[in-house]
Design a binder for this molecule. Structure first.
Ligand code: APR
Length: 235
């Protein structure tokens, strides 16, 4: 059964959990350049440097100071309250939706706690560091292990399943994303074109704000629980 509520999340939903966003003034892209750490060309040119960038983020994500916030928990409760009707599509590579209890979840940009072998394509749960010397646990090849994340210029994951859900959902909610990166930034147009009600919950208007029929601005940890409660009471 296709979900009636599709929820797109971005880095803003994890901000109050202690993880940086990308394009806010103190965001990740104000400290490192995309071209140096988040493209296949960067990895080919400097694999050790790219591994160090993701090793730091992987260690930080597993720190005791990082935990799901009320927004992640509210989305997991919404899924439990409306069985089979909610799908979260996250651009985030953190595991906070899972830790909050979300199960109907697509990581369209991959996952920080997974690694993939370029030789045999096997993907593995991965909590330690990676380096160019890391052997693949499946085929033992060395030099091919990479973070299981989608870099700029690569195809996001599960796009068919995402577009199928966008084409039939009744409500599309965008939370904590600036609407700068496609294809995610185009999801609101897809959903609206298919007749869905479109809602933006964000700290400030995103690039695609004009496409949303309902817009609420403020921190996700306050906005999302209240909105999820409204959806539960309405359905
Ligand atoms: N609550 C809600 N929204 C917030 C909060 C908060 N506490 N803090 C920040 N925001 C909003 C910002 O206003 C901004 O609109 O979250 C958004 C974050 O935007 P970006 O930093 O651009 O992150 P995102 O939209 O997820 O980036 C998309 O770009 O770099 C790539 O792969 C990366 O998945 C990422 C993609």
């Amino acid at each position: 059964m296709l979900p009636s509520i599709v929820i797109l999340t971005g880095a803003g939903i994890s901000k109050e959990s202690g993880l940086d966003t990308f394009r806010d003034k103190d965001g990740i892209w104000s400290k490192v350049r995309i071209e140096d750490v988040a493209t296949p060309e960067a990895f080919a040119r400097n694999p050790r440097g790219v591994h160090e960038f993701y090793n730091w983020r992987r260690r930080n994500l597993q720190g005791a100071h990082i935990a799901p916030n009320a927004a992640h928990k509210a989305l997991a409760a919404l899924e439990r309250g409306l069985p089979g009707r909610v799908l979260v599509v996250t651009q985030n590579i953190d595991n906070l939706h899972e830790r909050a209890g979300s199960e109907s979840l697509i990581h369209m940009h991959g996952e920080l706690l997974k690694a993939r072998c370029a030789e045999c394509a096997a993907a593995h749960e991965w909590r330690g560091d990676l380096s160019p010397e890391t052997p693949c646990p499946a085929c033992t090849a060395v030099g091919g292990m990479r973070p299981h994340v989608v870099w700029f210029g690569e195809m996001p994951l599960d796009m068919e399943r995402i577009y199928a859900a966008l084409g039939t959902c009744e409500t599309f909610i965008s939370i904590g994303t600036s609407g700068n990166v496609y294809p995610a930034a185009g999801f609101v147009a897809e959903a609206r074109g298919a007749g869905a009600r479109t809602v933006e919950l964000n700290l400030e208007p995103s690039e695609g704000a004009s496409l949303f029929q309902e817009k609420l601005y403020g921190p996700a940890a306050s906005l999302v629980p209240a909105y999820a409660e409204k959806l539960l009471n309405r359905n």
